[in-house]
Structure formats: structure tokens, C-alpha cells
Design a protein around this ligand. Structure first.
Ligand code: C5P
Length: 238
């Protein structure tokens, strides 16, 4: 039983810990997320390890810089074998469009698969006070949908969004847009430091295309059983 919609977050510093979890989960999980803490500690070797194991890799580095720098940075990540990469949508239309166009061109020139490119809209850690401090006059929800539409117009494949924002984005951006949703907790699990959470089934019902799950699997007494229980719940929503 494997469900490509489940992405397990490898929030570790060391490749040894990654190897242990990936070997424990075995064939039940096919997609992993590598974030800043792991990539900045271990670099490309962790991607090579995952690719050798036949896994898909979401490299969650959230690039945000001028268009040329972001586009060239993404091309470097593509060569290392990432399947899904991301940028901040607040970098603007030109940055996103340059990145999407250049990735496609570089992939075609080098004869390699082009990774999917998605955008972070508004970080889910931003609260009302932070929002006011940024001088914003619209609501966070309005801005999330505006940025998702901008990402789509720039040619990106999707966005990262909390479960609360999923249905509005799905409605605005259509059925093929990727919506990758963290903050997923099976009923009864610890919520840790997440505040806007959803169960695996409800996040998918709202319109998420992929779920990012970390601690409910990583910190479980039996990670494989935890992953299988989440996949079983996901399978109830097609
Ligand atoms: O352990 P947990 O399931 O909360 O992990 C969720 C993962 O998704 C972490 O890697 C976290 O950094 C990431 N994430 C998130 N919220 C966002 C974007 C990414 O929790 N808005």
C-alpha cells in the first residue's frame, strides 16, 4: 500500500536519522520532504540517498530573491534530482515567471525531468499582529488567494497552503493545481506547535492534492504503523 499523496517531512539534521526512518518506512512511503535544517547540514547527499531508494523528493527551501538568482538557484537544485521545489509567491509575478520558464528551458536543454514548482503564499505562522505590522490592509485569506492566482498565472504548478485555505484556492485555481498541505494530524494525535490543523481525510476532502506529515509519523512509537494508518484514512478519499 503506497499513496503518492503522502509526503513525509524529514525534519532531521543528520543523514543517519534519515536513513533509519526511510528504511523503517520501507515501501509504504514514496515521497519525502527535505527542508532547510537537513539540506543546510547534509547537502545534496541526502537527495542522492533518497533518489537511490527510488523516492520522490520535495526540496522545501522556499527561495525568495531577485528573479535571476532564484531561477539559477532552482536550476542547481534540479540537477541534484529534486522532484518538487518552491519559492515565496511574495517575490512577485516576474520572479515566479522567470523561475518557471528558466527551469523548463534548462530541463529541456539538459534532457532531464523538470521538477514541479510551487509557491508559498503566506506563511501559516503569520498571525494578525504580524500581518498588521506588515502594513497589509486586506485579510490574510484574501492575500493567500491573490498570491495563488498570481502563481498560477506565472506558470507555477501549485502552492503550499494550510487546510483552512485549501478550498478557496481549489475554487480559484481549478482541479489540476497542486495544493500541498502541512499541519495534518490524525484524530487524537498531538497537535505539537501547529495551530491550523486538519485530519488527513478532511484536508483531502477540502481539495488538498498532497499532505505533508512529520511528527505524527516520525515521533510515533511505530512509524510504519502510523504511516499505514494515515494512508488508510487517505485511501477513503479518492
Ligand atoms: O511535524 P509536522 O507534521 O508538524 O511537520 C510539518 C512540516 O511541514 C514541517 O516540515 C514544517 O516545517 C512544514 N510546514 C508547516 N507549515 C507550513 C509550511 C511547512 O508546518 N506553512
Amino acid at each position: 500500500m503506497v499513496d503518492n499523496r503522502l509526503i513525509v517531512a524529514l525534519d532531521f539534521h543528520k543523514t543517519e536519522d534519515v536513513k533509519q526512518l526511510v528504511n523503517t518506512l520501507g515501501d509504504s512511503v514514496s515521497y519525502y520532504k527535505v527542508g532547510m535544517e537537513l539540506f543546510y547540514s547534509e547537502g545534496a547527499q541526502v537527495i542522492s540517498f533518497l533518489k537511490e531508494k527510488g523516492k520522490n523528493v520535495f526540496l522545501d527551501l522556499k527561495l525568495h530573491d531577485i528573479p535571476n538568482t532564484v531561477a539559477e538557484g532552482l536550476c542547481s537544485l534540479m540537477v541534484q534530482g529534486a522532484d518538487l521545489v518552491n519559492v515565496h509567491a511574495s517575490g512577485g509575478y516576474t520572479m515566479m515567471k522567470t523561475a518557471a520558464d528558466r527551469l523548463k528551458k534548462a530541463a529541456a536543454n539538459q534532457g532531464i525531468a523538470c521538477p514541479k514548482l510551487i509557491a508559498v503564499t503566506i506563511l501559516t505562522s503569520i498571525n494578525e499582529e504580524d500581518w498588521q505590522g506588515l502594513g497589509m490592509t486586506c485579510t490574510i485569506g484574501e492575500q493567500v488567494v491573490r498570491l495563488a492566482k498570481l502563481a498560477k498565472k506565472a506558470g507555477l504548478d501549485g502552492v503550499v497552503a494550510s487546510s483552512q485555505e485549501v478550498s478557496a484556492i481549489r475554487e480559484a485555481c481549478g482541479p489540476d493545481f497542486l495544493i500541498v498541505t502541512p499541519g495534518v494530524r490524525p484524530a487524537g494525535a498531538s497537535i505539537d506547535d501547529q495551530s491550523r490543523i486538519a485530519t488527513p481525510a478532511s484536508a483531502l476532502q477540502n481539495g488538498a492534492s498532497h499532505l505533508v506529515v512529520g511528527r505524527p509519523i516520525r515521533a510515533a512509537e511505530n512509524p510504519k504503523a502510523a504511516a499505514k494508518a494515515i494512508i488508510k484514512e487517505m485511501e477513503s478519499v479518492k
